[in-house]
Design a protein around this ligand. Structure first.
Ligand SMILES: Nc1ncnc2c1ncn2[C@@H]1O[C@H](COP(=O)(O)OP(=O)(O)OP(=O)(O)O)[C@@H](O)[C@H]1O
Ligand SMILES: N[C@@H](CCO)C(=O)O
Length: 326
């Protein structure tokens, strides 16, 4: 359960009173998510109307120095009609506050649920929403380096060590060595870049039917190759959960949706197979690291790294280079 911080009723009321959102009516801890503590907050204004918000207390994984980038980005995208939650600023105009040494933010609540078996129409809508974010972020003034880029993959996989990788799956160390070398020699440096979400998995998208109502969890957002975000989203949406089954209909729909809003250049399209290998390596790296370093009695079950090894092998197979055509 992702509520690591305990807040008493009076403490919670005092936190909410710092915002001009009415009186606290209820606060319920949210089980989903693993990085931060989240509550669903309900308030009542002077006219008796009820309002909902998400209160996030940032735990150690989020660097508070990055919060202005993440939270200003939400406001920037929301102002340009992207389906992202606005940040509620406090009575002094600040986007985040500190409580007992931890940063917190109050975020607009958006309706919707995260789908576990997306349909073609839903994949199309997600592709279009991602492209809308890329276009809307073009004039966002701040920049943030990708802390989960190729250097981080190498570092994390190096920390796992050959023995650690072999304990996950015999032969994994050799696959990682081979693919890291291929990625290092070919990683593009001349593609259009801008702000990317970098983690647009189904659990970070809220939907009502076929409509995207919310893109959330921008805490890996950064400045990087725009088409890499397409590759990340493709890897996250177009396979069965264990990575064994590629879902071609979802792939076509996702790419069609994306290109209906932001057509890819030929250079971007040509780079997608390699960018997707990079995307698979990024999630393989963090999952392998967590697999080996999560204590047995932890509340959180680590995610299966092999699901991204299978995706990596799929994308590295030249026979699959054409899957990005819409
Ligand atoms: N703006 C929002 N509107 C509605 N629900 C939200 C909103 N933001 C977050 N949630 C809910 O809270 C849950 C946890 O949020 P989130 O994924 O941001 O947590 P996290 O711990 O930071 O993420 P992660 O586990 O992916 O690192 C989501 O699954 C969703 O149910
Ligand atoms: N979305 C990631 C977790 C956050 O980096 C995964 O499924 O591995």
């Amino acid at each position: 359960m992702a509520v690591y911080t305990r807040l008493g009723a009076e403490e919670m009321a005092a936190i909410i009173a710092a915002f001009d959102v009415g009186t606290l009516i209820s606060a319920k801890g949210i089980a989903e998510g693993v990085s931060n503590s989240n509550w669903l907050i309900e308030t009542q204004d002077a006219q008796g109307a009820l309002h909902r918000f998400i209160l996030t207390v940032y735990e150690t994984r989020t660097d508070t120095a990055d919060l202005p980038f993440f939270l200003d980005l939400l406001d920037h995208l929301a102002a340009r009609d992207c389906p992202v939650p606005r940040t509620i600023h406090d009575r002094n105009g600040a986007s985040h506050r500190f409580h007992e040494g931890k940063a917190l933010a109050l975020i607009e609540f958006l309706p919707g649920i995260s789908v576990s078996e997306p349909t073609r129409a839903q994949a199309r809508a997600v592709g279009a929403a991602l492209a809308q974010v890329h276009l809307a972020a073009a004039d966002f003034p701040a920049e943030r380096r990708n802390s989960m880029g190729p250097d981080a993959w190498r570092q994390l996989l190096g920390d796992c060590g050959s023995e650690g990788l072999e304990s996950i799956h015999p032969g994994l160390a050799a696959i990682v060595d081979r693919e890291l070398a291929a990625l290092s020699s070919g990683w593009p440096s001349d593609l259009p870049s801008g702000v990317i979400h970098a983690d647009l998995f189904p659990d970070n998208v809220l939907m009502l039917g076929d409509e995207v109502t919310g893109l959330i969890d921008f805490y890996f957002a950064c400045t990087d190759i725009t088409a890499y975000d397409v590759a990340v989203t493709h890897a996250a949406w177009c396979f069965s959960a264990d990575g064994a089954g590629f879902l071609p209909d979802l792939s076509v729909a996702l790419m069609e949706g994306y290109e209906s809003v932001r057509p890819l250049s030929q250079m971007e399209r040509d780079a997608l197979p390699l960018l997707a290998q990079g995307a698979a390596m990024r999630f393989l790296a963090t999952r392998a690291y967590d697999w080996l370093n999560t204590p047995n009695d932890a509340l959180v079950t680590p995610k299966d790294p092999m699901a991204f090894v299978r995706r990596l092998e799929f994308y590295a197979d030249p026979a699959n280079a054409g899957v990005f055509s819409s």
